[in-house]
Design a protein around this ligand. Structure first.
Ligand code: AMP
Ligand code: GLY
Length: 427
């Protein structure tokens, strides 16, 4: 039977999901923006906001969807998975209660403490910003200041890294946040592992390293992610044997404690001198990380979705063994003052063997326009990170001049610096 699948979301992550399943199913998609990549792959597209649960259920019913894949966290928080499940359309994505693992950082840390999930940093939750400021003064060491809700990766301030204690306190006093988590600053190298979860079991994919800082050399404000890379195996160059498995033990403990969880579980880890610690969990694919993972996944992703829906054991995953490098093109001024509504050109012909993923662009009046978020990405693949980087960088000649790119991602210089940094932390 050919499955009819509804994809929710219109970013680069969802373009990657669409490409992974479009040949194997009848695909419909909905999002608030018209992503030209998704629209071309889909048999039908409707403009519906990702958080409009009723609108999404109506569309799913209209098209006779057999299952749905939910891309963005905003949809999970809005209860889109709950609404689809309740309407009889299996949603690959957790219900809003379980998505609190991502959408409520206070819940997430308390959950880790209660369920004895390894890798939890020291933390305290504050509703009173004056008390939070006093804690910053008393605490022996640097802290990360984290608003509990979704901030698109841009709300966290790390003392001793991005801000001083005084700036962190001013941030708390001037903010409208009514609850924050203050936690031990973790020092090391970050990596992500995404796992497919259903029926109390999980299947993990290779580790990816994202680059959150806006500018080359890891300078500037945090973004949703400027680009990312993965290696030919499950691990990354700065990791030692055992680090990947230690991170899987963390995911295993989460899945054990949440037997009803379904969808993607994304672990963001800091590899510290004491092994991997949890920076956060996300309840969905990473963006850009989905663009590293899905192109090298040889197991049809639809098989994972169907097994999850049918309550069958998830298939064992196989991967192509290629390294990947993903680089995002973002509007000028992103993330602080993005030049939205700018008409941009993407020369699809010059991408070559690399993959092109459209993200938060809007296709209208025969043109392509930026929004306030990331515009498009290219992904290179190869038998080494260097080869994948070269392919991605060559493809960037497709980008016109109204976007900004971090060319350094995946280049040997930056990779060497990560390895040296980790060596220093271990010794
Ligand atoms: P999050 O929104 O939790 O992903 O945080 C955004 C970024 O802030 C992370 O990718 C880290 O770079 C940084 N961060 C978050 N928590 C910590 C921590 N406890 N120690 C150091 N850096 C952190
Ligand atoms: N790349 C970070 C995220 O998807 O949250």
């Amino acid at each position: 039977m050919t499955e009819t699948v509804l994809l929710v979301g219109g970013g680069g992550r969802e373009h990657a999901i669409a490409r992974a399943i479009a040949d194997d199913c009848v695909l419909y998609a909905c999002a608030s923006n018209r992503n030209p990549g998704i629209r071309r792959l889909a048999d039908g597209f409707e403009t519906v906001d990702e958080t409009d649960a009723d609108g999404i259920v109506a569309f799913a019913t209209d098209i006779g969807a057999d299952l749905a894949v939910i891309g963005p966290e905003s949809a999970l928080e809005a209860g889109v998975a709950d609404a689809l499940d309740d309407a009889g359309v299996y949603a690959f994505g957790p219900r809003s209660d379980e998505a609190r693992l991502e959408t409520d950082k206070a819940y997430q840390r308390r959950f880790m403490r209660e369920a004895d999930v390894p890798g939890c940093p020291d933390f305290e939750v504050f509703d009173d910003m004056a008390a939070a400021c006093a804690y910053i003064d008393e605490y022996d060491g640097d802290l990360a200041v984290k608003p509990v809700g979704l901030t698109g990766g841009k709300g966290v301030k790390v003392i001793g890294d991005q801000v001083t204690s005084e700036e962190a306190k001013a941030y708390l006093r001037n903010s409208e946040y009514d609850r924050v988590v203050l936690e031990e600053r973790l020092v090391g190298e970050e990596f992500t592992i995404q796992a497919f979860v259903a029926g109390g079991e999980f299947r993990a994919t290779p580790a990816v390293q994202d680059h959150k800082r806006a500018y080359e050399g890891d300078e500037g404000p945090n973004t949703g992610g400027m680009g990312s890379y993965s290696d030919t195996g499950p691990s990354l160059p700065f990791m030692e044997s055992g680090d990947y498995d230690a991170a899987l033990d963390v995911l295993d403990a989460v899945v054990d404690a949440l037997p009803e969880y379904k969808g993607v579980l994304y672990g963001q880890f800091m590899l510290t001198a004491d092994g991997p610690k949890v920076v956060e969990f996300n309840a969905r694919f990473g963006d850009p990380e989905a663009m590293n993972t899905l192109p090298v996944l040889e197991t049809p992703f639809l098989d994972v979705l169907v097994a999850a829906r049918n309550g069958e054991s998830l298939p064992e995953l196989t991967f192509s063994g290629e390294a990947t490098v993903c680089k995002y093109a973002v509007p000028e001024g992103y993330p602080t003052d993005p030049d939205s509504g700018a008409r941009i050109a993407v020369d699809e012909e010059s991408v070559g063997d690399a993959l092109l993923y459209y993200a938060s662009v809007d296709e209208r009046e025969g043109g392509l326009y930026t929004t306030t978020s990331r515009s498009f990405a290219v992904v290179g693949r190869g038998d080494s990170i260097a080869a994948a980087e070269a392919q991605a960088d060559a493809a960037l000649s497709a980008a016109g001049d109204r976007v900004r790119i971090r060319h350094d991602i995946g280049k040997p210089d930056l990779l060497d610096r990560r390895v040296e940094h980790m060596d220093k932390i271990r010794n």
